[in-house]
Design a binder for this molecule. Structure first.
Ligand code: GLA
Length: 383
């Protein structure tokens, strides 16, 4: 981490032709173990923060401008601080940065002129939450040491995505990027916004596999799902007014629904239950049950929620046929991105070889593998 920060400082100085030593902030990506598409329904999720993170180096300027360079895109953008209120969405990576500045400003935080140098290890479009990592690291850089309540920080970063970028996401990604814990997952209650630390069994090895595809359908389908869930709530409410979100709904309420809306609600209700059962199984170190819940979650996302795709299904089906693999499921929004796989550490190498070979044979290119090492949430990097 410190090595990455040192490299970033040098790159910052080269890029901005300065001897100033910038400060460096880090915010991790995440893998959600279980509880998919439940956050915006105010249910439960169980993510872990990853070692893979977005790093931002920041130093002040004295001319009233914010200048931002993305090393990943090799692109630069700049805005006068004075014009923050008039900033418009541009449809690219810089919206996340601009959105954070705008939302911080709206929350009453003074935004100062500065140079930002961004370098992220979180692969984009992979379902590992590269956008939340970018938002949170950027927000810390704008704050640059000024304190902020971490929950407010998560809300502001989410608002950047919902209001400025225009993606109606839940709060899971920003929350785990901030609150993540080394060696643990967090069971987040997306209604109370409180969490429990969940220790994972030592024998459990989690590996994320990237399909390396991101189907275009993704963001419009996400909006459709949010709307369909809302419709389910409206219909249930007509009989049971106390049901405020699908978090409050139970399988008995499904009798009031039909068609697609019934399937969407069934996924959310059963997925919330699976989170609880997974946490109980993890406490017993029952890897077989944890794996079974992974597969049930995937099938529910595949058939009821309909957010999977051929590549994700292939990875899951191939993985669970390997002896020693307890379970696999898609993670994140879907339509591409990653699967998360649970296995005994001794099979990890065989898993990698077999998945890589079979995936290449089927799709003509290699998937990428990431060890899931639960890490701490966002903060400054001390060099
Ligand atoms: C995306 C969103 C999250 C969450 C997941 C699905 O990652 O940003 O808020 O809804 O999809 O669980």
């Amino acid at each position: 981490m410190a090595g990455t920060a040192r490299r970033l400082i040098e790159a910052f100085q080269r890029k901005f032709q300065t001897e100033l030593v910038p400060r460096v902030y880090r915010a991790p990506g995440r893998v959600n173990l279980i509880g998919e598409h439940t956050d915006y329904n105010l249910g439960f999720v169980l993510p872990v923060a990853l070692e893979l993170a977005c790093y931002v180096a920041v130093a002040p300027r004295d001319d009233g401008w914010i200048r931002v360079y993305s090393a990943n895109m090799d692109q630069e953008r700049s805005w006068p601080v004075e014009a923050l209120e008039e900033l418009q969405r541009s449809g690219d990576w810089s919206d996340y940065v601009a959105g954070v500045a705008v939302q911080l400003h709206k929350a009453g935080v003074a935004i100062h002129a500065c140079d930002l140098y961004i370098d992220s290890e979180v692969p984009t479009g992979s379902g590992l939450s590269s956008s939340a990592a970018l938002e949170v690291s950027t927000a810390l850089a704008f704050l640059d040491g000024r304190p902020m309540d971490p929950l407010e920080l998560a809300r502001i970063c989410r608002a950047a995505e919902v209001e400025f970028v225009g993606m109606p996401c839940g709060i899971m990604d920003q929350y785990i990027s901030i609150f993540g814990r080394r060696n643990a997952a967090l069971k987040i209650d997306c209604r109370s916004l409180k969490f429990d630390v969940v220790r994972l069994p030592e024998r459990a090895q989690f590996v994320a596999v990237n399909t390396m595809v991101k189907h275009e359908l993704g963001s419009s389908a996400y909006r459709d799902r949010v709307r369909e869930c809302q419709e389910a709530v409206t219909r249930i409410q007509s009989r049971y007014p106390s049901v405020q979100s699908l978090r409050d709904a139970t399988l008995e309420h499904l009798g009031l629904l039909d068609g697609v809306v019934l399937k969407r609600a069934r996924h959310v209700i059963t997925e919330n239950e699976r989170v609880e059962r997974f946490v109980t199984a993890a406490a017993r170190a029952d890897l077989v049950e944890m794996g079974r819940l992974f597969v049930d979650s995937h099938r529910s996302l595949q058939y009821d929620y309909e957010v999977s795709c051929e590549e994700l299904d292939f990875l899951v089906d191939t993985a669970i046929a390997i002896p020693g693999v307890y379970g696999a499921r898609m993670t994140g929004g879907g339509f591409g991105g990653c699967t998360v796989n649970l296995m005994a550490p001794s099979v990890a190498e065989r898993f990698r070889q077999e998945i890589a070979a079979k995936y290449r044979e089927r799709f003509g290119f290699e998937p990428a593998f990431y060890p899931v090492v639960p890490s701490d949430g966002a903060g400054p990097v001390v060099v």
